[in-house]
Design a protein around this ligand. Structure first.
Ligand code: CMC
Length: 383
């Protein structure tokens, strides 16, 4: 490539703005997060997942009557076609729940007459359907993978409460339902992260919403993104006892292993979502049994990582670090952590797609070619 000037490469698209958005502000320097201008702390304290879904999709908090109507719509959409239940039943035996979720969400398109209708009204309807049914799919995966019978959704229950009901077959305690709902609010949206970008890239080809969010699910699965939560819990379990924490973390850092649940492309300080979950963990560290042990190890690992890498490298806990012990406390198995994340992120993915389609433009970045040129084809017999 002699004679050519090398363009500036933006590896990992770091620092690149590709669109305007009024959905979410991530302030990575101050460690603040806002959905539609409302701070995550206020939403976590006062709102719930259904209301936050409305806020993300519509841009405003609903009035009382709008909220009642939205809850009713969401709850009416919880049922799953029998064929989708069949797919979940069959696939859950041998596949990771993220693969099952991906398959089931993509297959939902077959049961939506408007799957390929691109009007704003149809896309809003599909968003509600997707947010609602993703919760049912994740709950059904949790239930069916252990060989138990499918439990139908209960429209009298809140979104998170119903998910736990469908998973366990019994109504959850109000504490468990509230905790899961809070986790879902914290995971509902996060600007142009990898999975949201991937959703938008697919949608920007004017593909349909089911295909777009399927891209998001596939991207979320990776351990550098949503898949970090399951691995962070595995690490806490591998550490086994609080007194082993220092040795484990130092060994990991010496061997240049990533400590899952730490570091972030945008936050160079404490992730505000992790801060909220940490408070829950402080309570759990006073409980008994495995949750207490996990919470104590997590708090010790957090202190150490901040000492080792926090101030020097800007590597702080992210949302995925403390979630494990909280999910274990609620009774959710590790393989379902990332699917839970996906079901929670569905309103964010859909809101971004609805917004992007208002001024859609195909996304097509460039690669700088460094390969050979002018090569002559050599027939197979002469190679
Ligand atoms: N443990 C140890 N070192 C780390 C970590 C970590 N978790 N994260 C970053 N570093 C180091 C990295 O080795 C590098 O060091 P050096 O400059 O000496 O080579 C430096 O910090 C910069 O890392 P980077 O990979 O260039 O930074 P990035 O912006 O590409 O990485 C990240 C962001 C999230 C991929 C990374 O921090 C990471 O791998 N974290 C662990 C996985 C994780 O927790 N992911 C969840 C992200 S937040 C929730 C979500 O989006 O799902």
């Amino acid at each position: 490539m002699a004679g050519k000037t090398m363009p500036e490469l933006h590896l990992g698209l770091e620092g690149i703005y590709f669109a305007e958005s009024s959905i979410c502000k991530v302030d990575g320097t101050k460690g603040r997060l806002y959905y539609r201008g409302y701070s995550i702390g206020e939403l976590a304290g006062y709102s719930d997942f259904e209301e936050v879904s409305y806020l993300l999709l519509h841009g405003e908090l609903p009035t009382r009557s709008q909220l009642i109507a939205f809850r009713r719509r969401m709850r009416a959409e919880r049922t799953l076609p029998n064929k989708i239940i069949g797919i979940i039943e069959e696939e859950s035996v041998r596949s990771h729940p993220m693969h099952v979720l991906l398959t089931a969400v993509a297959a939902l398109a077959a049961y939506d007459k408007e799957a390929d209708v691109a009007s704003p009204r149809a896309n809003m309807e599909k968003s509600i359907r997707l947010i609602s049914k993703a919760g049912s799919i994740v709950a059904a995966i949790g239930r069916l993978r252990s060989g138990k019978q499918y439990v139908r959704p209960d429209a009298r229950l809140g979104h998170a409460e119903n998910m736990l009901y469908m998973m366990n077959g019994t109504r959850p305690s109000s504490n468990a339902a509230r905790l899961l709902d809070l986790m879902m609010v914290l995971h509902a949206e996060h600007s142009s992260n990898a999975s949201t970008f991937s959703t938008i890239v697919t949608g920007a080809t004017l593909s349909d919403l089911y295909s777009a969010v399927a891209s998001g699910i596939a991207t979320l699965k990776g351990p550098l993104h949503g898949g970090a939560d399951e691995r962070a819990l595995q690490m806490l379990r591998d550490i086994k006892r609080p007194e082993n924490t220092e040795r484990y973390i130092d060994e990991a850092l010496q061997n240049k292993r990533r400590v899952m649940g730490f570091g972030h492309r945008v936050y160079k300080t404490y992730d505000p979502r992790a801060r909220i979950i940490r408070k829950i963990l402080l309570d759990l560290s006073l409980e008994s049994g495995e949750v207490k042990n996990l919470a104590q190890i997590a708090l010790r690992a957090e202190k150490l990582m901040i000492e080792r890498l926090g101030r020097s490298k800007g590597i702080w806990p992210n949302v995925d670090f403390f979630t494990g012990p909280v999910y274990v406390h609620i009774g959710i198995i590790p393989a379902l952590f990332t699917p839970m994340f996906a079901a929670s992120r569905m309103p964010g993915w859909c809101a971004h797609m609805l917004e992007y389609w208002e001024h859609s433009r195909l996304i097509r970045p460039l690669e700088y070619y460094t390969g050979q040129a002018g090569r002559r084809y050599v027939p197979l017999g002469r190679r």
